[in-house]
Design a protein around this ligand. Structure first.
Ligand code: SPD
Length: 393
């Protein structure tokens, strides 16, 4: 059965109130003036070496965030990126990552918590912890009981993104109003549509746990089913559209913004970034994240401290800095990923606060699927199905 909840997330507050770094490159951008707020208590009592090693997803931090933190604290940040949850998980399982902060998707957190790979969060070292939205913390608590290990970084939903003009052309339709199927998932899962859209480029995320869950959801199954029979059913359905998929992309933002792909099974946040990038590049591509009738798949990405982190106090200092309202809001304003920092909502720009692809309204949230955890066996089974799917056999 699909898990649906009424998400309230303080949207009323938003309504009233209202890039990224490259892989493996340490943050050395020019630092603008430091924010006026004082450094946190965690920094004041911190005698650690002034280094912080962060491992995050690409295109997932506001541009001055690291530089301002470094300038204010004197802590040098080494910032590296990974492409998917599988890659981060493998590093954590191997151990000795050298990272002080990692950013797992909540869907992967349970095995990481149960496997003793993460340190418990010492909330007394995060003076701004209470800025977090209690409704979101409660949801996250279904995966991380008592919110013992994870601090939300941002949230969004897996969905379908389009390049409007290219899709209109491929469907042989007028762009305004664009006649889309009632359920946007059809654009990536129904061969009637994919056969037509093949010509302008369909891109999928390149990860079993990003593709099989929405495929199961489209089939009316639990998106977080651990049953291999459900994974196989998803694989069978995906096999029919395989000839129409142009790419499995880890550069979805540029593929959509630059026009290499006209339809994407992707993350709304990244599709929002692609929309902005196309506007910046003035290339005429109009990108949009759709709200499927049967709902997208909500996800939370979270800050966690690996058990063997060498600089946990620097990690706390960064988390506390991130929880400043203006700092959290800068991530949402620049990237189009929603923040879980309730205190920051009044600093979110009105046009972002009202953007349904960033903060979906209650009607759409109600249809969306909440994240859950997969068993180790289920991840393995999905990985097998995905490998066959990609190979086309
Ligand atoms: N550009 C930021 C990408 C972050 C995506 N995290 C998605 C996890 C979904 N399961």
């Amino acid at each position: 059965m699909m898990r649906k909840y009424l998400w309230i997330f303080a949207f009323s507050v938003v309504a009233l109130g209202a890039c990224g770094k490259k892989e493996g490159v340490p943050a050395t951008a020019a630092a603008p003036a430091a924010p006026a707020a004082p450094a946190s208590a965690a920094v004041a009592v911190n005698s650690e070496e002034k280094v912080l090693n962060i491992y995050n997803w690409p295109d997932y931090i506001a541009k001055d965030m690291v530089a301002n933190f470094e300038k204010e604290t004197g802590i040098k940040v080494n910032y590296q990126t990974f492409e998917n949850n599988e890659a981060l998980h493998a590093k954590l399982v191997a151990g000795n990552t050298g990272y002080d902060i990692v950013v797992p998707g909540a869907v992967f957190a349970k095995p990481q918590i149960d496997g003793g790979l993460l340190a418990k969060i010492d909330k007394s070292k995060i003076s701004r912890y209470s800025n977090l939205d209690s409704a979101i913390m409660e949801k996250l608590g279904t995966i991380d009981p008592g919110n013992a290990y994870l601090v939300p970084w941002a949230w969004s939903f897996t969905t379908v993104g389009i390049n409007k003009a290219k899709v209109a052309k491929a469907l042989g339709a007028a762009p305004n109003p664009l006649p889309l199927p009632d359920n946007a998932w059809e654009l990536v899962f129904n061969p009637v549509y994919t056969a037509k859209l093949k010509s302008c480029g369909i891109a999928y995320l390149d990860s079993p746990t990003e593709v099989i869950p929405p495929a199961m959801h489209y089939l009316g199954k639990n998106a977080y089913s651990n049953d291999p029979a459900d994974h196989r059913a998803a694989g069978e359905m995906l096999g029919k559209v395989r000839p129409h998929i142009r790419m499995f992309s880890s550069t979805m933002i540029d593929d959509l913004a630059g026009g290499k792909a006209c339809v994407a099974l992707g993350w709304a946040g990244d599709i929002n970034i692609a929309r902005g990038r196309a506007i910046e590049n003035k290339n005429g591509n109009e990108v949009e994240a759709l709200l499927p009738k049967t709902g997208g798949l909500i996800f939370f990405d979270t800050l966690a401290i690996p058990k063997d982190a060498k600089h946990p106090n620097n990690a706390y200092a960064f988390i506390d800095y991130f929880l400043r309202p203006e700092v959290s809001a800068s991530l949402t304003n620049e990237l189009g990923y929603a923040t879980a920092n309730k205190a920051s909502l009044s600093s979110v720009k009105p046009e972002i606060a009202q953007d349904m692809a960033v903060f979906p309204d209650a009607v759409n949230l109600q249809k969306m699927v909440s994240p859950a955890s997969f068993s180790n066996e289920a991840r393995e089974s999905m990985s097998n199905v995905f490998t066959h799917f990609k190979k086309g056999n």
